[in-house]
Design a protein around this ligand. Sequence first.
Ligand code: FES
Length: 153
Amino acid sequence: MENKKLFNAMGSEVADGFTCKPKNFDANKPIMHLKTQLFICDDERCGKAHKDENIAATLREVLKELNLSKGKNRIKIVRTGCFGACRFRSVANIYENTKINGNINNNGIWLKNIHKYDKDKWKRLFISLKENRTIDDIDEFEQVPMSDPSFYK
Ligand code: FES
């Protein structure tokens, strides 16, 4: 019996035994478009603060519900190691794809206490990012303060 061919989100045929690894390597194929990327700290201290052991997977499901897991407003979730900002745990960093359609005002923002977010708050954040609302203008998304380099002269 022949195996049914699988294709990943980029339209590439998937290698046997995998869910998204392309069967044929193409070094020149672009990566999948994203408008916003959210780096979620998943290291020891931030990871322990979350009640959800797999917060990244949960958030990817929320993005699917909102239809933001693909297309021009795609938001990608990436887990990272320690940012050195543990006292503000849990923390996440927003990266906007300003080369294409990201909002430069939201690029480089650090969110704190994200372990306290419930599903509705995550949805409000994702929708705000999709709509390119400026996060600085929204009080409910507390940010990690960033020091001025002149302080260290
Ligand atoms: S463990 Fe998350 S910033 Fe250190």
